[in-house]
Design a protein around this ligand. Structure first.
Ligand code: ADP
Length: 364
């Protein structure tokens, strides 16, 4: 209805301009044309035409002819102008109506419709911006749906396991052994980790995570972390963990706590996916940044899986990693944390040979 309002307003504004123009033309014409005609008669009288005695008759005749001509001019002029004005108002209002229709469809969940190219340049720009906004909203909506479905899937499995054990325990089909309690505990721990990780990831995606970058010396941070992990790897078969730190590494601009979080994720993964062998944490300055690499001689990742490793909930082998406690969110969080600090993260891996995850941080 509002667009109808705009259309009639445009139409009437054109009409007002037309009426003002016509009234001016007619008034000036009506006042001056007979006078000019009388002046003309006098001029031809001087040249020898005997018309002066009929001048009143002639001027009246001229006036009538002029009025008739003006009437027809007004009728056809107004008709044509009204037609053009109607067409023009439609051309302006039509894309607005289309846009309104698409927004209504969007609100109702139909998100695939877009604006076509427009003849009027400004409308074309508006249509393109509108389409960009529509694509962004559609993308967010897809991600939201994926997240909800991933999440339900991820929570359903531990819940089913818990319910199964609890039922078995309550009707006596399962003995309450320490292993059973351990299994119950590990499923609840996994769910808690999943919820914690998700909260962290959603904070980051919403941009609420505070990152406090400061000049940072990586050496003490890396040594203490490597020491901490090494202390847990006391088993004979555990991989061997070492740090390679070259001299004269410049300070980086980063948030120490967040860098530690990334390293815990990456070293933790390397240990988890390296049943035996070695893990090396190394540092390499490169131009305006410093690269930190974590290389393992573990199970590796298949080439077709490499592009997905940083996607949330992605795991190479869902069932195996679920029992090992993986949630598939660690690398998604690490990537966001690296990006928030102005760095990049990448991976190289070969199945059965090992993987190298490396990330960069800007030099202070
Ligand atoms: P998770 O909690 O499952 O480890 P991540 O996001 O940290 O979640 O890792 C996603 C998946 O990437 C893992 O489930 C695993 O399949 C694979 N992955 C990560 N790091 C390594 C690694 N160092 N070696 C082999 N596979 C890895």
């Amino acid at each position: 209805m509002k667009n109808g309002g705009l259309r009639s307003r445009l139409f009437f504004s054109h009409l007002i301009v037309l009426v003002v123009a016509l009234v001016t033309i007619l008034a000036i014409g009506k006042i001056f044309s007979p006078r000019f005609f009388a002046v003309y008669l006098r001029q031809i009288e001087v040249r020898g035409f005997r018309v002066w005695q009929y001048r009143k008759e002639l001027v009246r005749g001229f006036d009538t002819a002029w009025s008739r001509g003006a009437l027809w001019a007004v009728v056809s002029g107004v008709g044509t102008a009204a037609g053009v004005s109607y067409w023009l108002s439609r051309r302006i209002v039509q894309p607005l109506e289309q846009m309104e229709e698409i927004t209504q469809k969007f609100a109702a969940g139909e998100m695939d419709e877009r604006m076509g190219a427009q003849e009027i340049e400004e409308f074309d720009h508006l249509a393109m911006s509108f389409n960009r906004m529509a694509a962004a909203i559609e993308n967010i909506e897809h991600r939201r749906r994926d997240l909800v479905s991933d999440l339900t899937h991820e929570l359903r499995t531990p819940l089913t396991v818990l319910a199964g054990y609890l039922e078995g325990l309550s009707d006596g089909a399962i003995d309450p052994t320490p292993e059973v309690h351990q299994r119950l505990l590990s499923e609840t721990t996994r769910m808690r980790r999943l919820v914690d990780d998700l909260q962290e990831l959603s904070k980051m995606e919403a941009g609420y995570l505070a990152i406090d970058v400061q000049p940072l010396d990586l050496q003490p941070l890396l040594s203490s972390l490597v020491q901490r992990f090494s202390d847990q790897l006391l088993d004979e078969t555990s991989p061997n963990l070492k740090l390679i730190y070259p001299p004269a590494v410049p300070l980086v601009l980063a948030d120490a706590e967040r860098v530690e979080q990334i390293l815990v994720n990456l070293i933790g993964n390397a240990i988890r996916y390296t049943p035996a062998g070695s893990i090396e944490v190394s540092v390499k300055p490169d131009g305006s940044r410093v690269w930190i690499a974590i290389s393992d001689t573990g199970i590796g990742i298949a080439p077709e899986d490499l592009p997905q490793v940083f996607e949330r909930f992605w795991r190479a082998d869902r069932s195996r990693n679920r029992t090992s406690g993986g949630t598939g969110i660690g690398l998604a969080i690490s990537r966001r944390l690296v990006e928030l600090q102005g760095g990049a993260i990448e991976v190289e891996s070969e199945l059965g040979v090992g993987s190298t995850f490396r990330f960069s941080l800007p030099i202070a």
